[in-house]
Design a protein around this ligand. Structure first.
Ligand SMILES: Cc1cc2nc3c(=O)[nH]c(=O)nc-3n(C[C@H](O)[C@H](O)[C@H](O)COP(=O)(O)OP(=O)(O)OC[C@H]3O[C@@H](n4cnc5c(N)ncnc54)[C@H](O)[C@@H]3O)c2cc1C
Length: 272
């Protein structure tokens, strides 16, 4: 059970940060994860009065407040136009609509969960996190940082030209994913992200540059490059077994989902 001694609805991020420096204090997102654990909290810090629950679209970036519910991202017209529906695809399988109305993007990214669809999707874009104390840092860096007492204020997605595809494999609808995969072209940068390995989502470096110049390849060249890269990804992404799937099955999925996602980005297959 979660036991909370005192509750503060803060009036500023500065106040939240100050309260959060105490080891036993805790920031609340939508509480859907927190409520599952056993914990004694001295001060629960509620950010819900700070107007951080919206998506702001600027000329060059989307600024997404940490308290924005996942459901808001799932149905956000311009975010889904920008990602060709990939954001919707990454979120729509998470539990149910009522759950997604409560779960926040801040809690999802801050948690850096090893099963996260959300983290996989955001890593496939030029995403930055805005922390109260540490300022703006790339999500690719934040994902491997140790948890500290900072506060995640906003998530920023830079509006670079983007082609992206998101896929996940689940044993049954609404369960945690067995594997997640996102393939993207961010400007000229090629990025592949694998999550739910079941470790934290990771960017698969294309060290041998199989996909270099992907935009200018012919369909034949793309088919060959994708095939080779999918094998390379399966060989280089660490997977493990747990109650949902074995290590071998996950490694097979790395290969299959990587291939399918890149085929979709390359316009060779619309759907699977
Ligand atoms: C049953 C269940 C099934 C799920 N299935 C999936 C799934 O299939 N795919 C998927 O991607 N996710 C899944 N999730 C995760 C879910 O989508 C949320 O990401 C997660 O529960 C966080 O929820 P929350 O926003 O309510 O955060 P909370 O539970 O309120 O907080 C989570 C953590 O983040 C911290 N935190 C929250 N906001 C901030 C902030 N602004 N700054 C600093 N720290 C902060 C809190 O202190 C806490 O440590 C599942 C969760 C549950 C409980």
């Amino acid at each position: 059970m979660l036991k909370i001694k005192s509750y503060v609805k803060v009036k500023s991020i500065a106040e939240a940060y100050e309260l959060n420096q105490k080891k036993t204090a805790l920031v609340l997102g939508g509480m859907v994860w927190l409520k599952m654990g056993n914990r004694n909290i001295s001060t629960a810090i509620d950010l819900s009065g700070l107007g951080l629950d919206t998506v702001q679209e600027l000329d060059d970036e989307f600024v997404i407040g940490c308290m924005t519910p996942l459901r808001e991202l799932e149905i956000h017209k311009n975010l889904n136009t920008y990602t060709q529906g990939a954001i919707r695809e990454s979120i729509r399988h998470i539990v149910g609509v009522q759950f997604r109305n409560c779960a926040t993007v801040g809690g999802s990214i801050w948690g850096r969960y090893g099963f996260s669809d959300v983290l996989t999707m955001f890593l496939a874009m030029d995403t930055w996190v805005e922390l109260y104390d540490a300022g703006r840092i790339p999500l690719t860096e934040f994902v491997n940082r140790k948890k500290d007492n900072d506060i995640l204020v906003n998530i920023i997605v830079k509006k670079k030209p983007l082609s992206v595809c998101y896929m996940s494999q689940r044993n049954s609808k609404t369960d945690f994913p067995v594997l997640t995969c996102a393939a993207s072209l961010i400007g000229e940068e090629v990025r592949t992200v694998i999550g739910a390995r079941p470790g934290r989502a990771m960017v698969v470096e294309d060290k041998q540059q199989f996909l270099k110049d992907f935009r200018n390849m012919t369909d034949e060249q793309r088919t060959e490059a994708i095939e080779k890269f999918a094998v390379y990804a399966a060989e280089n992404v660490n997977t493990a077994g747990n109650m949902r799937a074995s290590e071998e099955y996950r490694t097979l999925l790395v290969k299959v989902l990587t291939k399918r996602a890149w085929e979709a980005v390359g316009g060779m297959k619309d759907e699977y």
